[in-house]
Design a protein around this ligand. Structure first.
Ligand SMILES: [Zn+2]
Length: 359
């Protein structure tokens, strides 16, 4: 071997050695960012630290609601619903969704007996959307229903606007989370994911979220419950065709407390006004509203499952279910404070601005 060859070989080996030494760094620099991008999906979640980012500033509120209402109206036309969804209803909104839509609600009356009406948590179910918007208008047009009656009605007609305002409406929100599985219930960590992974539930549209309360729409519902302390909740879904009752005494046959007994009477009273609509004692799910509000907080929670998601059946359903919906707001029910459950840290404590500063 000539000295020059030896030198070349030596240089070659040295270069390879250096390259070898720096390979991990080069790999990290050139490839890792790509891997990180594909390996860790960016998720948009709400937490006590960032809840302010989801709030609507006072100055943008009315424009945002107006713009939202025109968008909703376009979809009403698409589904051949004749109503003008929003006009003249005093809508309010405190939070906006990942797609920037306001989470609207409206309040009628200021009495003690409060009813919360929630609709379209599953936006692909369609029929509850116009029914709830129309219910808000009906209450606006008939103040005699609540004025001087010591009652209050809160209506949130479209709890999942991101799922509704898209070409093909979806059950989940913009993050693909099933909002009726995302509430922080005592069984969430133990059961929500395993339950989702069982044969019946393992479809993407039932995804409960990466962790509970990760979605602004869930917190929106929690805040309505916290702010208005409803004595009962009516949640409108489709298409299972029954009234389901989640609350104290659900799936319990004997030794009902007074609250439990009265809560069960409520669901039957609604059914009576709805041509004896079928009442079932369906199970509740980890992270569901019925579990969170009904089971754990002892707020009687009735799910009205309309019979189909057929958007052309709205007139029929309106005539059939209005008397039951009115019954739900008028049925006297005041829960006993001592029966409220333990897992009930108020929203205002968990997600207040002052908390954010303290952390
Ligand atoms: Zn549903």
């Amino acid at each position: 071997m000539l000295p020059s060859d030896w030198m070349m070989n030596f240089t070659n080996i040295l270069l390879r050695l250096i390259a070898g030494l720096f390979a991990p760094a080069l790999f990290a620099l050139e490839l890792a960012p790509g891997m990180l991008k594909s390996g860790f999906a960016p998720i948009s979640v709400v937490s006590p630290h960032n809840v302010g980012e989801w709030s609507i500033a006072a100055k943008e509120k009315s424009d945002l609601i107006e713009h939202f209402c025109s968008a909703v109206e376009q979809y009403f036309k698409k589904y051949r619903w004749q109503d003008d969804p929003c006009t003249d209803v005093p809508w309010q909104a405190d939070y906006k969704t990942r797609s920037g839509h306001p989470l609207i609600y409206t309040v009628f009356g200021d009495g003690k007996e409060a009813t919360l009406v929630l609709s379209a948590v599953h936006a692909d179910e369609l029929t509850p959307v116009p029914i709830a918007f129309r219910f808000a208008k009906y209450l606006r047009d008939n103040p005699g229903l609540y004025r001087n009656k010591d009652i209050k009605i809160v209506v949130a007609p479209l709890a999942n606007p991101d799922g509704f305002l898209r070409n093909t409406p979806s059950r989940g929100n913009a993050n693909g989370v099933d909002l009726n599985r995302n509430f922080l219930t005592l069984d969430w960590y133990e059961n929500a994911k395993p339950f989702w992974q069982t044969r019946r539930e393992r479809v993407a549209k039932h995804f409960p979220g990466y962790f509970p309360n990760s979605e602004i729409e869930t917190l929106f519902q929690m805040k309505l419950i916290d702010d208005h302390s409803p004595d009962k909740i009516l949640s409108v879904h489709a298409p299972l065709g029954f009234l389901d009752y989640d609350g104290p005494g659900d799936r319990k046959e004997v030794t009902l407390t007074t609250t439990e007994r009265r809560a069960k009477q409520l669901v039957h009273a609604i059914a009576e006004k709805t041509k004896n609509y079928r009442v079932v004692d369906y199970r509740f799910y980890p992270g569901s509203l019925g579990n969170f509000a009904g089971n754990e907080r002892h707020i009687p929670t009735v799910t009205l499952e309309l019979e189909t998601t057929d958007h052309l059946k709205v007139e029929e359903y309106w005539n059939k279910f209005l008397p039951g919906m009115l019954q739900s707001i008028h049925y006297p029910f005041t829960s006993y404070p001592e029966e409220k459950s333990g897992n009930a840290t108020p929203f205002s404590v968990l997600y207040s601005a002052s908390d954010e500063k303290a952390i």
